[in-house]
Design a protein around this ligand. Structure first.
Ligand code: NAD
Length: 259
């Protein structure tokens, strides 16, 4: 392709990126990765203090960043933030990262628990993608990366987590369907499926030495992942280096799904 440098294409210089749940954990790492790749980064989180803390970290490195108080279950707050961001120029990248798990035996899971997880992990992903895509389609370009999970592509096995597994499986196929629908508009949609990643999200699991040993043993590479080990795959899918990749779910799983 004329003028396409495959290595320069890893850069996000001049682009504007949005990360949901970017205040902590994987999202915070992704926000930093996107910023170091050259993007201005908007951190959306329902925990405004966490978002502001992440933004302070980015600014301390000289990056452009802003915090927004957004709950991905709240359509109005999403649309308002996306419109503010897009009105300033462009909205090029969305990382749908905010997520929730309620790990209980399925027979004990209430409808309220079920609904809470669906609202964040599935409706939230749809609402944020829909809102961002309205601006991306108008610009005829954009990249969306959704956080799925190995739990969306397997039955798990170590502990019950049905609403999480159902929603992450749905994210994999939502990713395919939106990729196909929006490809003619120049918007790519991909996902990543990480193995367990050491964050507060799984602290109740990793604090249990027996369970952690079994999680490590279930992973061919023999250990769970660190945040920085999933950032690169997400930044790659967000970047023009992945110009011909859409509808794909990239496993970042130490071989878990290869078994
Ligand atoms: N940690 C893992 O083992 C792992 C593995 C695979 C996939 N994932 C996925 O990666 C994503 C991030 O997980 P993490 O481990 O970094 O979690 P985390 O709990 O460490 O951080 C999640 C962040 O999202 C924010 N958030 C939660 N609900 C929100 C909402 N409704 N609106 C806006 N912000 C919200 C939180 O305030 C927090 O800042 C999730 O989608 C999770 O399902 C995590």
């Amino acid at each position: 392709m004329a003028g396409f440098d495959p290595i320069e294409a890893f850069s996000l210089k001049g682009q504007v990126a949005v990360v949901t749940g970017g205040g902590k954990g994987i999202g915070r790492g992704v926000a930093l990765g996107l910023a170091r790749s050259g993007a201005a980064v908007h951190v959306l989180d329902r925990d405004l203090a966490a978002a502001e803390d992440a933004v302070a970290m980015l600014k301390a490195e000289g990056h452009r960043a802003r915090a927004h108080h957004v709950d991905v279950g709240d359509e109005a707050s999403i649309d308002a933030a996306m419109a503010t961001i897009a009105a300033e120029g462009s909205l090029d990248v969305l990382v749908n990262n905010a997520g929730l798990a309620i790990r209980k035996p399925s027979v004990d899971l209430s409808v309220a628990d079920w609904d809470a997880v669906l609202k964040v992990n599935l409706t939230g992903v749809f609402l944020c993608a829909r809102s961002a895509a309205r601006h991306m389609i108008a610009n005829k370009q954009g990249a969306i990366v959704n956080l799925a999970s190995i739990m969306g592509l397997s039955g798990g096995g170590l502990y019950p987590n049905i609403s999480y597994q159902a929603t992450k499986g749905a994210v994999v196929n939502l990713t395919r369907a939106l990729a196909v629908e929006w490809a003619p508009s120049g918007v790519r949609v991909n996902a990543v499926a990480p193995t367990w990643v050491r964050t507060d999200f799984i602290k109740p699991l990793t604090d249990n030495p027996d369970l952690l040993a079994r999680m490590n043993a279930m992973t061919p590479l023999g250990r769970i992942a660190e945040i920085d080990e999933v950032v690169g795959g997400i930044v790659y899918l967000a970047s023009p280096a992945a110009a011909m990749v859409t509808g794909h779910t990239l496993a970042i799983d130490g071989g878990f799904l290869a078994q």
